[in-house]
Design a protein around this ligand. Structure first.
Ligand code: ME8
Length: 503
């Protein structure tokens, strides 16, 4: 299978440090990308930073630096986070990259040539924080302050602006949601968007004149593009647009958070239809990560540094916890206790123990040489494991895929305990050898099955089993370990975590 698979994260605003919500999105998207690679797809994985707009300009002004300096400094931190978390992106795009300016200008010109862009005056309720205009009907008032549906303050704003004829796309969008029921996932988000579009769409103001930190509008001095026009276009830039982007475009999956589903499933497909470009196949709006059930925010001070978390729990511990504990698509909560408990139970005691016990027995009792498989093949894991994991992954039920894989870990641990090879060694050494072989083979299969979530640890296990680097994809599951090979000295892969001391 060599079908292409183009997957993207949202691009983050680098106006503050990356937080664990950003890490979560990067990890989940990376896990899907790695799974698709393991299946043999030609994957392109794009992530990066969204560097224009008023928020960036304001933040830079507060710090007394240029927006470009702020973008350079902070973008570096997002990239460092991705690298530390083993995020296997193919490109880290910055919206200040030169090719992205070209792509943004090209899509603008295509929409204009279609007759979908016109000059007007914008008056409306604008939220500086969201960088979005809201309809009158969406505004609420609390203590005399007008608020957007996101709860951010809005002000009545008037400016000359270019508009996109979003109103002309209402029916086409509804047809799209009908024709491609998987375009928006999960279903709850789809339903919200369908009713939003059915409620009627206003044209969208897509340029700004009040500041200049943005992509210039072609042939319109003084106007920069509304940041979302340029931001969404990053997905096209990453595929090579305005050159021939057809190898990877359309995207197969945009992974984004639930707060920006409207931008990706209403504005984005409308822009693409206008520019006569193919539409992404799917947009998945994941949930929000809450710190002990509370929303992270700068004001409550509970934004946890993902690198500190990776330090405390291990990169793979953090990756595993987030994907196993949070139902993908729903909000999830984390706490030190929950992470320590989960990592110790599933990684240290579960998979780690299985590998450690079987491999150290092979080292001691078989002189480090992988023993024979015995007369009869005796696979420990059911053949249904891979199809069940695959099915869950096709649904993007990442948590479920891991739950199923860990049924296999439980099964292998039970097998090892029931067969008691340490006792068999005295009564039936050939059988003891076969049990060790089939346990090692189960560890190999499990490592391959979960390598997309804990890549470095799975690779350490596979190293210890003498599995070559080119035999770690799903296709290799069917090729069992070769008996008789000398294995490297076993080492613990999953350290047990201690509960952090109370701060
Ligand atoms: O929205 N839990 O950037 P951003 C989980 N630049 N995910 C979270 C989260 C949390 N607590 N907080 C934020 C932007 N996210 C735009 C995107 S895309 C063309 C432009 C997610 O830095 C959020 O939902 O505010 C989004 O998908 C991503 O992190 C970047 O958020």
């Amino acid at each position: 299978m060599t079908d292409k698979f183009y997957i993207t994260t949202a691009i983050s605003y680098p106006n503050g440090n990356p937080h664990v919500g950003h890490a979560y999105e990067a990890i989940a998207t990376d896990a899907i990308a790695r799974w698709k690679r393991a299946q043999g797809h030609d994957v392109r994985f794009l992530t990066g930073t969204d560097e224009h707009g008023l928020k960036m300009a304001q933040k830079a002004r507060d710090l007394g630096i240029t927006p470009r300096q702020l973008a350079d400094d902070m973008s570096r931190q997002f990239k460092a986070m991705d690298d530390a978390l083993n995020i296997s992106y193919d490109r880290f795009i910055r919206t200040t990259d030169a090719d992205h300016y070209a792509a943004s200008a090209a899509i603008w010109e295509a929409m204009k040539a279609k007759g979908d862009i016109y000059l007007g005056r914008y008056e409306g309720w604008y939220s500086v924080r969201d960088e979005a205009f809201y309809d009158e009907k969406e505004i609420t008032e609390t203590d005399g302050v007008k608020l957007s549906p996101q709860g951010t303050p809005v002000e009545w704003t008037v400016e000359e602006s270019w508009f996109f004829k979003l109103s002309a796309y209402e029916d086409k969008l509804l047809e799209l949601y009908e024709r491609q029921p998987d375009f928006i996932r999960p279903d709850t988000r789809r339903n919200e968007i369908v009713s939003f579009v059915k409620g009627g769409l206003s044209d969208l103001s897509i340029s700004r004149t009040s500041f200049d930190w943005g992509v210039p509008v072609p042939d319109a001095p003084g106007h920069v593009m509304y940041v979302w026009v340029d931001a969404l276009t990053n997905y096209l830039t990453g595929a090579g647009y305005p050159g021939d982007a057809s190898h990877y475009w359309p995207a197969d999956l945009h992974v984004i958070g639930k707060d920006i589903v409207r931008f990706h499933t209403v504005y984005w497909p409308a822009f693409l239809m206008s520019a006569d470009l193919p539409l992404p196949k799917q947009v998945f709006g994941h949930g929000f990560l809450l710190n002990r059930g509370e929303k992270m925010s700068k004001s409550t001070g509970n934004i946890v540094d993902p690198l500190a978390m990776a330090e405390a729990y291990g990169v793979d511990g953090l990756r595993y916890f987030l994907l196993r504990e949070v139902s993908f698509g729903q909000d999830g909560s984390y706490s030190d206790e929950a992470i320590v408990t989960r990592v110790n139970a599933d990684l240290a005691n579960g998979l780690g123990n299985l590998a450690q016990r079987s491999l150290s027995m092979i080292a001691k009792q078989c002189g480090g040489e992988l023993p024979g498989a015995g007369e009869e093949p005796a696979p420990v894991l059911p053949a249904s494991l891979l199809p069940r994991v695959s099915e869950a992954m096709d649904e993007l039920a990442l948590h479920r895929a891991l739950e199923i894989a860990w049924e296999g870990v439980g099964e292998a641990n039970r097998y090892f305990a029931d067969m008691a090879p340490w006792a068999l060694r005295k009564t039936d050494p050939a059988k003891a050898d076969a049990v060790l072989y089939w346990t090692a083979e189960a560890v190999r299969q499990l490592a391959i099955l979960v390598r997309w979530v804990i890549p470095a640890s799975a690779d350490k296990l596979l190293d210890q089993l003498g599995v070559s680097a080119d035999a770690r994809d799903l296709a290799a599951l069917d090729t069992p370990l070769a008996a008789g090979v000398t294995l490297p000295a076993p080492q613990g892969v999953f350290p047990r975590l201690e509960m952090p001391a109370e701060a």
